[in-house]
Design a protein around this ligand. Structure first.
Ligand SMILES: C[S@@+](CC[C@H](N)C(=O)[O-])C[C@H]1O[C@@H](n2cnc3c(N)ncnc32)[C@H](O)[C@@H]1O
Length: 257
């Protein structure tokens, strides 16, 4: 007769793992992408995560974070760019938003600027591996504006509004507008920028707002499938809830009437 163990193995306390696949995360966030676009974006994330094992590029290493934060920001941004624009991603780091933007919008020209040489080298290898025609500059983005012209500079998680305005202030002839992806703290950043007078002569508009929460979290703001940009007129700050992401557009007054 087989002896029963004294201490039988307890039931596995780990809760059932959610379906952690790209496709399941897209469905959770209500994003419908065509198969070839989804496959290119998935390839980007998987390749970037592989490089992330050698060099710290991102902390967004689950499909929920990639889809809910990185991809959501990039899809919002993609709606705001006109065909044929020359776009610079300033402070590209892991390639967000520039690389997904180049994949989503093959009709525009995207370049990446990354000031840390090792990261720029990895970005260069990454775009080569993904067969993307995206130049990577190992340089401070604002310095590139001495030699190149862009229609739009895009950026996420690189510097406060104050810092950005100071960096690009001497270079407004080198580009038409800035599109900055920001979280709820943008209102404080605007206060700081105003306090230092760096917004004088500039138009600041909110050109997109969208919920940041996880759709599985009941406390998070309601998710919508509407990826169209929100109003182009800046609403009152209280119109954006604490859980919202925004895209801010800055341009010299009167440039975009
Ligand atoms: C926190 S990471 C953000 C990366 C990515 N944009 C994202 O949203 O995940 C900021 C990156 O910007 C780079 N950086 C900071 N200032 C820069 C500048 N003036 N020009 C180019 N790169 C810059 C840093 O080296 C770093 O890799």
């Amino acid at each position: 007769m087989t002896e029963m163990p004294n201490n039988p193995t307890p039931p596995n306390p780990t809760p059932p793992v959610e379906d952690d696949t790209f496709e399941a995360a897209l469905a959770r966030y209500g994003m419908e992408l065509d198969d070839s676009l989804a496959s290119s974006l998935k390839e980007y994330a998987e390749t970037m995560w592989r490089y992330n094992e050698q060099l710290n590029l991102t902390r967004h290493t689950t499909w929920d974070l990639f889809v809910g934060r990185d991809l959501r920001d990039c899809l919002q941004l993609a709606h705001l760019i006109q065909p044929d624009e020359d776009v610079l991603d300033l402070g590209s780091g892991n390639g967000v938003p520039g690389i997904p933007l180049a994949i989503i919008r093959p009709d525009i020209n995207v370049a990446l600027a990354e000031s840390v040489g090792k990261r720029a080298k990895v970005l260069d290898e990454l775009v080569t591996e993904l067969n993307l025609e995206v130049p990577v500059y190992a340089s401070r983005g604002e310095d590139l504006l001495e030699d190149f012209r862009f229609t739009t500079i895009v950026s996420r998680a690189v510097g406060s509004l104050l810092k950005f305005c100071r960096w690009v202030e001497p270079h407004w002839d080198g580009f038409d507008r800035l599109l900055l992806i920001k979280g709820p703290k943008w209102i404080n950043e605007r206060g700081e920028a105003r306090h230092h007078g760096v917004l004088k002569g500039l138009d600041l508009r909110i050109v997109a707002t969208y919920p940041l929460g996880n759709p599985l979290d009941e406390d998070s703001p309601a998710e919508t499938n509407d990826l169209t940009p929100a109003a182009t007129e800046a609403p009152h700050p209280s119109d954006t809830s604490p859980g919202e992401g925004v895209i801010l557009q800055l341009s010299p007054k009167g440039r975009f009437a």
